[in-house]
Design a protein around this ligand. Structure first.
Ligand SMILES: *Cc1c(COP(=O)(O)O)cnc(C)c1O
Length: 444
């Protein structure tokens, strides 16, 4: 029996235009073939990064104009790690390419003249930035011919895995820590994932899931498939720059948990410059964390190279990672680019949710509220010049977290009768608006 090889065209699988060549260790420069199922350097234990042939990517890229490319996660497929076209075609058709919204009303509140929101709360299928990263993991899983995927999740990875696994026809197993919004756990189950609640926080559950993956051979979206997962985050940077007509913004502000998104925004910006698509060196990356879990922001502000893990204590559950795996990459990116880190308390984060809702009509979760609250602080500190362009990434949707953020006042019940309703309306007209209460909470 002959084994098919890449040289037998009849049997060769159709390839994408991916220019990925190998995996490289973040620390020790060891390299591994792309096909090898490794996720951490066997030599030094650090994470692995996908390396591309940038000259080839530049040529491929100019072959197909942007208008002919799919408006989804695969728009920049040259710089993504999936090589099997059939695997790629089965995942993420509607993920990514989220709107970049001019935020004039929020900008006016904060005193930022050129503010845009990258709205990943509308990401498809599961309404968070995690649709970008999980699309890569599931495509990689299919490429490897596997039929089961696990994940450890603070909430949004789980719903993305559940949803994309269902569409790809593979089984999903979600492990989540003891604190999670009910709606996120229920959404995973409603989407058909098998769910297990672990008695421990995220960092503890993550450690055990790593052992579980190694013991069982099951692929985990954000553990064993990590080098591929992380590549999905770059797509946010690619899209932002393209949506600004290839003029990179002066500032990007985003929430950070494990640090994947913020560190890969940096990688994406570097790659756009490498392909000579845009000058991206001047773009600063600022990260936002909740006060109750801010190990990366703390290290950045103290100009420390090492992160001191913390025990998370915050209502922003999707940011509750006390030992951020990619934290050192974020520190590096922020130092190189001259950005900063900031943090805000839970009440400020909820006020951030309110301010965003009342000015831009977008309902975000506490992670997005954290971003808005830190954006307010950075603007108040004069971090943004009057002519500079600022992009804030809204990473998740608030419909999943409404239970944690009840209204300040529940609606009054009145008789279905004209006078009573007129009196109720007058009462409502006298009441404080959401913008007013948000302003009060954010102290400005
Ligand atoms: C996961 C997540 C983040 C942060 O992601 P990292 O890449 O781990 O830093 C931000 N916002 C939301 C809503 C998330 O789910």
């Amino acid at each position: 029996m002959s084994t098919p090889t890449a040289h037998s065209p009849a049997q060769a699988r159709q390839r994408t235009r991916s220019c990925a060549i190998e995996l490289a260790c973040h620390r020790c420069e060891h390299r591994y073939p792309l096909e090898q199922a490794v996720f951490a350097c066997p030599d030094c234990g650090k994470g692995l990064d996908v390396v591309y042939d940038y000259e080839l990517a530049a040529r491929h890229f100019s072959d197909v104009p942007s208008s002919e490319r799919p408006r989804n996660i695969w728009h920049f497929e040259e710089l993504l790690p999936i090589v099997d076209a059939s695997a790629q075609a089965r995942v993420g058709r509607y993920a990514g390419y989220t709107p970049l919204i001019p935020a004039d009303r929020l900008g006016a509140e904060l005193g930022i003249a050129n503010l845009y929101l990258k709205d990943d709360s509308s990401n498809c299928p599961s309404f968070s930035y995690k649709d970008r990263v999980v699309a890569m993991s599931v495509a990689r899983l299919l490429e490897r011919g596997k039929r089961e995927i696990g994940c450890v999740s603070t909430g949004n990875v789980g719903t993305a895995v559940a949803s994309m696994a269902a569409k790809a026809g593979v089984a999903a197993y979600v492990f989540y820590p003891n604190r999670l919004e009910d709606a996120k756990a229920r959404a995973c189950m409603a989407l058909g994932a098998k769910v297990c609640q672990v008695e421990g926080n995220y960092d503890e559950a993550n450690k055990r899931c790593r052992e579980l993956a190694l013991a069982t051979g099951m692929d985990f979206a954000n553990i064993t498939l990590r080098p591929f997962y992380a590549e999905g985050a770059k797509t946010a940077a690619f899209e932002i720059v393209e949506q600004l007509d290839w003029r990179a913004p002066d500032h990007i502000v985003t929430a950070a948990a494990g640090g994947t998104l913020s560190s890969r925004l940096h990688k994406g910006l570097v790659e756009l410059a490498q392909l000579e698509l845009s000058h991206t060196d001047a773009t600063r990356i600022h990260i936002a964390q909740p006060s109750g879990c801010n190990p990366i922001a703390t290290a950045i502000l103290a100009e420390e190279a090492e992160i001191v893990p913390v025990t998370p204590e915050t209502a922003a559950h999707s940011l509750a990672i006390g030992a951020p795996g990619d934290g050192y990459l974020v520190i590096d990116a922020v130092r190189k680019r001259g950005g900063t880190g900031g943090f805000a308390s839970d009440p400020e984060n909820f006020a951030g949710i309110d301010l965003l809702a009342a000015t831009e009509g977008l309902l975000t979760e506490p992670a997005g509220g954290t971003t808005v609250a830190v954006l307010e602080k950075l603007a108040a500190m004069g971090r943004f010049g009057p002519d500079e362009t600022v992009v804030a990434i809204i990473t998740g949707n608030g419909l999943k977290t409404l239970d944690d953020h009840p209204p300040k006042q529940w609606p009054a019940k009145v008789d279905c009768e004209l006078d009573a309703m007129r009196a109720a309306l007058e009462e409502l007209q006298r009441g404080e608006t959401l913008v007013e209460s948000a302003r009060r909470q954010l102290h400005f």
